[in-house]
Design a protein around this ligand. Structure first.
Ligand code: DGJ
Length: 732
């Protein structure tokens, strides 16, 4: 007996609900699925919010019907096919044998399942405890094209989020070609929305943008073959009055790492449609008779408590039901990475003192970045040659790894497995592994090229090479990088009428490699990376519980990037390192303390040459390491709240609260000082108003109500880019 999904036979209404949310849709005239509502929980639907029948000019009607007041063009729908008189963006387009792209899917059947099935070849949310999830599968059919559509809706106990995906099955006796297959469509009755998106660039990822939704179609998308720095696959729809802590917020994201399109349309009568999924740019997928196509999963969270409420739901489900493996719930080691310290100019001798200092300062892992393999002294060659450069490690890399381990540190290693250099043994042996269009010169980017990982033999070669190094050298951690975007997208392994599948098959190939390596080597901690944070998405999170956030390590820039990343990504999932000043990317100088406070708000580490620090700085590192160890469970597994936006104010603020509300860490940042400063009050959120909280630095005790309602003055400072951190504990 289903607890969270009901079907009212009389009203023909599906109702998915838990203690927080309700999602309702109805089988309407013509067997179309009409969306009714998604939002705060309602007990029961009594038919009061019906489709507003009206005869609207140029909005046509159902075939064979004389009712001019019912139009697919104005109906809120669940998943709109193409070419049947709904002129808004469709969710699915299928080119058929006769050249037609029109489909008319009608409701056929439904079933309710306990739990949720895994998606073929794709990461998705999963069930850990038997009845925490229920799934509604609604089947629609097009009897002319002989196509079947399965819409899947999963609802989780206690979580304000719905997971959706779609499967399309070809029952015709000839192939058809999918030209678009969205994961989710979500229509809204007329209201004024604002859209929050996360555009960016390399070293300036995820900049929060909030704009009123105007008429027309707005697409937040990537055509780069990967999630990209340029546009994340997350958007939020909010009311104009929504703040961090109040008002409606819908957060939508995909469990996917390839080309995406998050499309939002405000139609002629102020209704809103969201269609999210694989970008249809250069996408076609051949479906042979009885083949099926599974879309990636989309999540849509709802909160009546503003953006913090929405982020809380998304951060929790991402951390608890997308991220997997041993490291999901383990505290992540504090690391030092040699990239900004040495770039590729190192050898064992040069690195050893850094390891010694790391040990001395309490750091827990040494990560050897790019440059240890082939003959890679610069970024022009050797990608694909995953064997150790004997010049840099004359005794083999194991000798160095053993040394790191003997100091009590873990050892991490950098890879870029999806790439190939012309100057490599791999290219010499297998020039055909490179992704290229026959007869054309492929376009370089960072002087490197893409491997055609749509082909199993290419994946096998790389998986074997990577696993060999990992196994033979007792590697504890892998940084999996990707430093260019796709071009020359073509596979020698596919027929001409399947070349439109390459973008998606590339992602499936990547997931296959990751699935194999993470299953074969379950103890290794994986960190995702793509030239910084170019592939921060829920798909990668399923394999890599943490990702490098940005190649920009400047603390002020990081405030903005981390603030926006936290909208949908858990803080344990993104990494932040203290680096030197002047900062190598911006030239800005920010104090050691502020650099530490920003970096300690995520999964923490250092990205500098420890041996070059002054004695005083080394002391500061020691202190930061000790401090981070004390707050690590809270930062990595607590509830996170944004307090003050660096995008709209002269500062920034955020905080972490333990699940039992007994421990609290707050960070406030001040951007630019002034000759006549205005004081700023920070009000905390998420505390227990009845509890007394002690500031561990001053031993002053404050009431939870006081901290939330009256707040604290931030210190008045005479310096740019300062930070103030508080650590409170509840008193018994
Ligand atoms: C890009 C990454 O973001 C950096 O941290 C570093 O690993 C370089 N690639 C190495 O090429």
């Amino acid at each position: 007996m289903s607890k969270m999904i009901t079907f009212d036979e009389e009203q023909r209404v599906f109702h998915l609900h838990n203690d927080k949310i309700s999602y309702l849709f109805q089988i309407e005239k013509g067997d179309l699925l009409s969306h009714l509502y998604y939002g705060q929980r309602i007990q029961a639907y009594h038919g009061q919010r019906q489709y507003p029948y009206a005869d609207r000019g140029f909005s046509g009607n159902l075939p064979g019907s004389l009712d001019r007041t019912y139009s697919p063009d104005s109906l809120l729908q669940e998943y709109t096919p193409n070419g049947i008189g709904d002129y808004r963006i469709p969710a699915v387009i299928v080119r058929q044998e006769n050249g037609s792209r029109a489909t008319r899917f009608k409701y056929s059947d439904y079933r309710i399942e306990a739990g949720k099935p895994a998606l073929k070849g794709l990461p998705s949310t999963y069930v850990e405890d038997g009845d925490e999830v229920e799934t509604l599968v609604v089947t629609l059919t097009d009897d002319v094209a002989h196509l079947e559509l399965e819409l899947r809706y999963s609802i989780f106990m206690g979580r304000a989020v719905i997971a959706r995906s779609t499967r399309i099955i070809n029952h015709a006796d000839t192939p058809v070609y999918l030209e678009k297959a969205a994961s989710l469509q979500l229509d809204f009755a007329p209201r004024d929305f604002e859209v929050i998106s996360l555009p960016g660039a390399h070293a300036r990822e995820r900049q929060m943008e909030r704009t009123p939704l105007s008429r027309g179609v707005h697409s937040y998308e990537s055509r780069r073959g990967t999630t990209s720095h340029q546009m994340s696959n997350f958007i939020a729809l909010v009311d104009p009055t929504t703040t961090e802590n109040m008002g409606d917020a819908y957060g939508i994201s995909l469990i996917y790492s390839g080309n995406h399109a998050m499309q939002v349309e405000r139609d002629q009568i102020q209704q809103t449609r969201v269609v999210a999924g694989i970008n249809d740019y250069n996408f076609t997928w051949k479906l042979n008779p009885e083949d099926d196509f599974q879309t990636p999963e989309a999540l849509v969270a709802y909160s009546p408590n503003g953006l913090n409420g929405m982020s809380n739901t998304l951060q929790h489900i991402a951390r608890e039901r997308i991220a997997r493996g041993k490291w999901r719930d383990l505290e992540r080691p504090i690391l030092v990475n040699n990239w900004e310290a040495t770039f590729m100019n190192f050898n064992e001798e040069r690195l050893t003192p850094i390891v010694d200092d790391a040990k001395k300062l309490g750091i827990e892992m040494f990560v050897l970045d790019d440059g240890w393999f082939g003959h890679r002294d610069d970024d022009n060659g050797s990608l694909g040659d995953w064997f150790v450069d004997q010049k840099k490690f004359p005794h083999g890399i194991k000798h160095f790894v053993d040394y790191v381990h003997a100091q009590g540190l873990k050892f991490g290693l950098w890879f870029e497995p999806e790439m190939i250099s012309f100057d490599s043994k791999l290219y010499e042996d297998h020039p055909d592994y490179l992704m290229q269009v026959p007869g054309r010169q492929p376009s370089p980017s960072r002087n490197q090229y893409i491997l055609d990982i749509t082909r199993p033999e290419v994946r096998d070669n790389i998986v074997a090479q990577v696993e060999k190094i990992l196994r033979e050298n007792d590697v504890d951690y892998v940084k999996w990088d990707m430093n260019r975007h796709l071009a020359d997208v073509y596979s020698l392994g596919l027929a001409p009428d399947q070349e439109g599948e390459v973008y998606h098959r590339f992602v499936l190939g990547l997931y296959d490699m990751l699935e194999r390596i993470t299953t074969d080597l379950p103890d290794i901690l994986f960190e995702g990376c793509s030239g910084g944070g170019g592939r921060i998405d829920y798909g990668m999170l399923a394999y890599m519980p943490q990702s490098w956030t940005s190649d920009c390590t400047d603390a002020y820039e990081r405030e903005k990037i981390q603030y926006a990343t936290s909208l949908f990504y858990p803080n344990s999932g993104f990494t932040a390192h203290v680096s030197v000043i002047p900062n190598q990317q911006t030239g800005r100088s920010v104090s050691f303390a502020t650099r530490g406070a920003v970096a300690m708000s995520a999964t923490f580490g250092y990205e500098l040459d420890l041996t070059k620090l002054t004695a005083e700085e080394q002391e500061q590192v020691k202190q930061q390491v000790a401090e981070y160890k004390a707050i690590r469970p809270l930062v990595q597994f607590g509830d996170f709240y944004r307090l003050r936006s660096p995008y709209t104010t002269n500062g920034c603020g955020w905080m972490f609260v333990s699940p039992d509300k007994r421990e609290v860490v707050v960070d406030t940042f001040h951007t630019q000082s002034s000759g006549q400063p205005c004081a700023h009050v920070t009000k905390l959120v998420g505390l227990d108003p009845q509890k007394q909280y002690e500031d561990l630095a001053t031993h002053t005790v404050y009431g939870g109500d006081e901290l939330m309602r009256m707040g604290l003055y931030d210190p008045l400072v005479h310096e740019d880019y300062t930070a103030k951190a508080y650590h409170f504990k509840a008193r018994d």
